[in-house]
Design a protein around this ligand. Sequence first.
Ligand code: SAM
Length: 336
Amino acid sequence: MRDQFVLADAYGRVATDLRVSLTDRCNLRCAYCMPPEGLDWLPGDDVLTDDEMLRLITVGVERLGITTVRLTGGEPLLRKNLEMLVAGIAALTPVPEIALTTNGIGLARRAENLASAGLKRINVSLDTLDADTFAKISRRRRLHDVLAGIAAAREAGLNPVKINTVLLRGVNDHEAFDLLRWAMAEQVQLRFIEQMPLDPQHGWKRDEMITAAEIKQSLGQHVELFEDPEDALTRGSAPAELFRVAGTGYSVGIIASVTKPFCGSCDRVRLTADGQIRNCLFARTESDLRTPLRSGASDAELASLWVAAVAGKQPGHGMNDPSFLQPDRPMSAIGG
Ligand code: SAM
């Protein structure tokens, strides 16, 4: 029988949720994520092939207790053979829950095939419902494609579709309630995310960030929110705190990564498109699995390197310490 380990760290946390960045490239240029000209993309040879990616995911699932695999990027829909990769992951034993985080462009024509391949959950990023604001934030006129992608995901049965929204002061922060009203009507789960210091320009400023408290206050001008009683019991490692909208069965999520970190219950580990294990979004070190993988390491050897990578996870992201340093890799190259 094959050796079985868990990805435990020194603080008693066990990583079971693997986030895989399939590419560092994106077809949007969201101002808080990427400069207009894009970034220096990873050299093609550095990026794991489909077989290499699937091999590492297999090690994670079959030897290391990974139960959820979320495919992200960059923009994961830009990865050729995504459907094949999803099908490959769905064929593993035990079958992990397969999820995708995407900007939704091109999803309209792929949602059904992705669902057939084994995709179970989807998060689509959407910061605004206004076409001009969308173009201003993302530097592309693609709001229509994103909305079509969301509709297609719903039709493909990827329900409940989750919507990730970042509010930017003076840009789209006035839209919090419009987005909530839209999400309730469309029966999608809206989750606001506090903006984190992960931009390549290193331009993030704490006092410019829209906080979870501000989001609650802004929504509170239109609807009454109260803590979701079920959420307190079932939240576990989920990053979003859920608030019930009074008089409805709807709950809106707020992810207070900066003002109310949830590192103590973190169960995530990340694999970058170039085969590096990151034990935290904010880690300043990475563990290389690509070199041993390409040098002929066995699955057991890869598993033991991965175990060591997670064992060294820090207790928290440290964003609130005066000594905090932003990681060198931006969000788009880590996998959000
Ligand atoms: N391209 C895909 C997408 O748009 O969902 C996946 C990658 S993207 C980096 C994942 C999520 O990270 C998006 O919802 C995006 O808005 C969010 N994001 C990017 N930079 C961020 C930041 N500095 N703070 C918080 N969220 C951020």
